[in-house]
Design a protein around this ligand. Structure first.
Ligand SMILES: [Mg+2]
Length: 271
């Protein structure tokens, strides 16, 4: 017997922390997560996680928070794309090869060697091994000086014409300053567009993106329909203010995602 699987009618690309994952103590988020599972299945909406987490941490969130099962996982701030099927993730070698070509030999040793030659390097601490990859070198620093240190790193790489980008942020849970060194031009939006193209999807028509913070901004403003959750940071809300295709929800996290998905189902022209 052959089984025909209907293609997906639409795709939800969503950030995890602060967006899809229920906020601490928000019971409504937990209830709405179950509704989201039903909506995705009934309306044949595909699901892609788009997260700064490393891959194993993204996958660990599925049982931990009882999340719906994704078809794809974009992890490590857009530097890794993995297909998820039958409980296992397979990272896309073509994408990895493309990113390795961008960094052109700028591996962790070369990056650290360049940075140690600056006087501020002692303020940078390498993150744990599982958070590193050849395409994402990550450091901890004090939150107060994360911006200035990121700028120093940019200067170091610019002087050497290194094809690298420096992304800074503050971990909302621990308060740590975070600095990621990535292939130039690569971020969540870059990865989303690459995956959309690979799957034959039209980014502006077939995808809804949901997010809450600075590393979602490029994707939120890239022309697809977008959901900004109510608990998003003020800067993110200000950046998207007035954009027609962006829905800024008054609800938080999971509940905002569900609200946006329902609106998209009822009003496909909003997508
Ligand atoms: Mg987030």
């Amino acid at each position: 017997m052959t089984m025909t699987i209907e293609p997906f009618t639409h795709w939800l690309f969503t950030d995890l922390d602060g967006t899809l994952i229920p906020l601490d103590g928000e019971k409504q988020n937990v209830e709405d997560l179950q509704q989201l599972k039903t909506l995705l299945a009934e309306h044949r909406i595909g699901l892609t996680f788009v997260t700064g987490r490393h891959l194993s941490s993204a996958l660990a969130a599925i049982p931990e928070f009882d999340l719906p099962i994704p078809q794809w996982v974009i992890s490590d701030v857009g530097t890794r794309i993995s297909e998820y099927a039958n409980g296992a993730a397979t990272s896309n070698a073509d994408y990895r090869g493309q990113l390795l070509a961008i960094i052109d030999g700028w591996n962790a040793d070369k990056i650290i060697s360049a940075l140690t030659q600056t006087f501020q390097y002692e303020h940078l601490e390498l993150q744990e091994a599982e958070k590193q990859s050849p395409l994402k070198i990550s450091f901890y620093t004090d939150a107060e000086c994360v911006e200035s240190l990121a700028n120093e790193c940019r200067l170091v790489f610019n002087r050497r014409a290194a094809p690298l980008a420096v992304v800074s942020s503050v971990d909302p849970f621990t308060g740590d300053g975070l600095i990621d060194v990535l292939p130039a031009g690569v971020d969540k939006a870059y990865a989303c567009k690459w995956l959309a193209q690979t799957l034959g999807l039209r980014f502006d028509r077939d995808i809804t993106y949901a997010g809450d913070s600075g590393n979602d901004l490029a994707a939120l403003t890239s022309g697809c329909r977008a959901i900004v959750v109510g608990n998003a940071d003020t800067a993110t809300k200000q950046h998207v203010a007035g954009l027609a295709q962006v829905w800024v929800s008054s609800k938080t996290a999971t509940s905002a995602v569900v609200e946006g998905v329902i609106d998209g189902i009822k009003n496909p022209e909003h997508r």
